[in-house]
Design a binder for this molecule. Structure first.
Ligand SMILES: [Zn+2]
Length: 570
């Protein structure tokens, strides 16, 4: 008998593991196995320990072995899975197993958003795909944009997302190396110190004109550079000797180093000459062994500068990879748009549930797995496109549906009095299919609350059902509804209505809507719905995502004296 359980469990554990990066989720697998075996008379209590053991075994295999096994034993599950979510990233060019190195290089200047999620997920996935290495690098060479609190905050965001890295460092720790390479460029005559004013530099770039500094002797440039680094000169930038008439304006002698006199959160006042992204990014990718650095398409014009620098310095050439930025309709990620809303108190902070920050998404009950599935389903095309958030919601719903406890929530409650009501105590399961998730005991007297929209739909003499309890015939409807007990047997096609008894938990659910409409802030982007949740809700974990039946998936957060509720989606 237990062989049948084992066999079934193994199939679904493999399927689930393949879906979730090699680690099967016990709750989801148990639910599925119980559902499949129920008709054969198996009991949850004999199924669960076997499933748990099978999952432990399966999770040790790794995704490649898991896929191979499922291909052999139950290919139909695999094919279905692949059709539903074509997650596989395309092969990398010039990639060799064991030798691929990727990196995620955030600037520690804010909380991470869904765009960062895409980059870090793609970087990590490729490193895993090729048994390679994944580096987290803080690109912190602009002290004006580096804030100590964001190094840790960003790592927390990544950890929540399920990202793990093999190596971690700060670009600002390598400044001496950068200075050395800068000297090499100067000595070769490939870079020069320019002391022109910013407006003049701009004008020259626009007109394709060279300035006088460009022709200085390299020895003279070296002296100027050293003066800059030592603080003896407080005006000047180091520029690459590119081509001032190049069609690609990014090559018109781009800035490699500039003076920024602000204390750095890690280096303090040790340096005041800082490399630009053009310089630091290229050098770091090459020196740290990155083979396939990804960046978004808006950097495309800067690729030429990237490779020019690397070639001039005789460094190893990584294979630059590009993908389109991730855009979500009505949810801009740019600080320029979000910061004013926060500064003006229009949204509550970077974890506001309407924002596409990882903290905002987490708060409203979006799971990291859903973000990952969404990101990978979008692929790494270079074609700019705008996705709708409903895709994230769909992925999230699919994960939550088999594992979220169901509760009754009555928005806009109206009192219902039932005549001849039997006193009842009833065990109601937390999940219609997955009985293993347990149940709660509900006590019913003769007074209830049901929601205003449901009441509006009821007609006099209609018989409806208080869900999971009994039937009620409507006698009259005024400011409250009066009905009478109409038996316990199920009646086909009668409305099933969520309810609470007179013992309930008052609650306000925060519902996020699109933040921007037609590029303007949507005044109705946050909806607050007041209602009563059944009493059992007070026994949830400190943080839990549940489904309020016929209402939506809601993340609950217990505080000392109340429960905060945020809606993920319907
Ligand atoms: Zn100049």
């Amino acid at each position: 008998m237990s062989d049948k359980i084992k066999q079934t469990a193994r199939k679904y554990a493999l399927q689930n593991a393949i879906q979730f990066n090699g680690k099967a989720n016990p709750k989801a697998v148990i639910g599925k196995v119980i559902a499949v075996l129920r008709k054969d008379g198996f009991e949850p209590k004999e199924i669960i320990p076997i499933v748990n053991q099978v999952i432990a075994d399966v999770n040790k295999l790794g995704i490649d072995k898991q896929t191979k096994e499922l291909e052999k034993t139950a290919p139909e599950l695999l094919i279905k899975e692949k059709k539903e979510r074509d997650f596989s990233l395309p092969d990398l060019p010039d990639a060799e197993k064991g030798k691929v190195v990727t990196r995620f290089p955030p600037e520690p200047n804010g909380f991470l958003h869904i765009g960062h999620a895409k980059a870090s997920i793609v970087d990590q996935e490729y490193a895993r795909m090729y048994d390679g290495k994944f580096i987290l690098r803080f690109d912190d060479t602009n002290p004006e944009n580096a804030d100590i609190k964001f190094y840790e905050a960003q790592k927390k965001d990544l950890e929540w997302l399920g990202i793990s890295w093999d190596e971690e460092y700060n670009t600002s720790d390598n400044l001496e190396k950068h200075y050395k390479l800068a000297e090499q460029l100067i000595k070769q005559g490939d870079a020069y110190v320019c002391q022109c004013g910013p407006d003049f530099i701009k004008e020259c770039r626009f007109d394709g004109k060279e300035c006088d500094h460009r022709d200085c002797h390299s020895g003279e440039n070296l002296d100027l550079w050293r003066d800059l680094v030592n603080g003896g000169l407080d005006r000047g930038i180091l520029r690459l000797k590119g081509d001032m008439t190049c069609d690609n304006t990014a090559m018109r002698d781009p800035t490699l180093f500039r003076i920024i006199k602000k204390n750095h959160p890690i280096q303090g006042d040790k340096y005041h000459i800082w490399p630009t992204y053009d310089f630091a990014g290229a050098i770091e990718d090459s020196l740290s062994g990155v083979t396939h650095p990804f960046r978004t398409k808006e950097y495309e014009l800067r690729d030429e500068c990237y490779y020019r620098l690397i070639d001039l310095l005789g460094l190893r050439r990584p294979h630059l990879m590009e993908f389109a930025r991730l855009n979500i309709e009505g949810m801009p990620v740019s600080k320029r748009k979000i910061k004013p809303l926060i500064d003006n108190g229009v949204v509550s902070g970077y974890d506001d549930i309407r924002l596409p920050t990882l903290r905002g998404l987490r708060k409203r009950g979006i799971l990291p797995e859903a973000i990952k599935q969404f990101v990978l389903s979008q692929g790494i095309s270079k074609v700019e496109s705008t996705a709708t958030f409903s895709l994230v919601e769909a992925a999230n719903r699919k994960i939550l549906d088999p594992i979220a406890k169901r509760f009754f929530f009555v928005p806009n409650p109206v009192k219902l009095v039932v005549k001849n009501a039997p006193e009842m105590k009833k065990e109601i399961s937390f999940h219609p299919q997955n009985k293993e998730m347990g149940s709660r005991l509900v006590e019913a007297g003769n007074e209830f609350y049901i929601s205003k929209p449901d009441v509006d739909n009821l007609k006099k003499d209609e018989v409806f059902r208080l869900k999971d309890l009994y039937n009620v015939k409507v006698l009259n409807k005024n400011s409250e509804v009066v009905g009478e007990f109409a038996g316990e047997g199920l009646i086909a096609k009668s409305a099933k209505i969520q309810w609470t008894s007179t013992s309930f938990v008052e609650m306000t659910v925060n519902i996020p809507h699109t933040l921007f409409k037609d590029n303007l802030y949507n005044l109705d982007s946050l909806e607050k719905v007041k209602g009563y949740a059944e009493k059992a809700i007070s026994n949830i974990e400190k943080e839990e995502i549940v489904q309020f039946e016929r209402f939506g998936f809601v993340r609950l957060e217990k505080t000392k004296d109340k429960i905060n509720a945020y809606m993920a989606h319907k």
